[in-house]
Design a protein around this ligand. Sequence first.
Ligand code: AMP
Length: 211
Amino acid sequence: MTVQPVTPRAKRILMVGAPGAGKGTQADAIAKQFGIAHIASGDILRRHIAEGTTIGRTVEDIVNKGELVPDAIIMDMLRKPVMSASDTGGYVLDGFPRTVEQAEAAYRTAGTLGVGVQIAVHLEVPEEELIRRLLARARGADDTEDVIRHRLKVYEEKTRPLLDYYAQRELLIQVNGARPVAEVTWSIVVQLQRAFKRPSATHATPQTRVA
Ligand code: AMP
């Protein structure tokens, strides 16, 4: 058994925000800016559903109702892409963790694998604006206003507590996501660049891995 250093400058970014806050759009822009992978749990799940895989058939109903998929499925599904992105510069994770339990589970796995999370970015958008955006996006799709409201409720109950979890670890960047897309991107990039320069950003997580 040998212990070797993980790519020391791997950037690990998490997007936290309600449905409609712009996580996917911003995660894409940040991934391009820093030359790292964009990993979206919702996109991977929708791909499984479209392809009718075992995972897809198991989660279809849950996703369509706006409920959360069981942690074990999500953790299994993300392990490989996250590990491989960690070895090649890092990632922007969009849609995970969704609960404090998932964050703690990810932290435990990170501890043993040497892949920790560095910085969470919170996109804050007022609820009326979220509903407006989600209704516009839903046109032609299956999403009803009821499902949209349910998704927002699940976010408030299960995901918002994550913000305290990260704030207590000094890993949280707050961004006003109600502004034009390019302005939001700019604000995130500037804050991330500043945060990556802090010594704690590179030493906050275990930097060794058992291979
Ligand atoms: P999203 O595209 O991130 O809004 O995700 C779409 C749907 O996929 C969510 O409403 C959940 O049903 C499911 N999902 C995505 N990520 C997770 C996660 N980390 N934990 C549980 N369910 C998830």
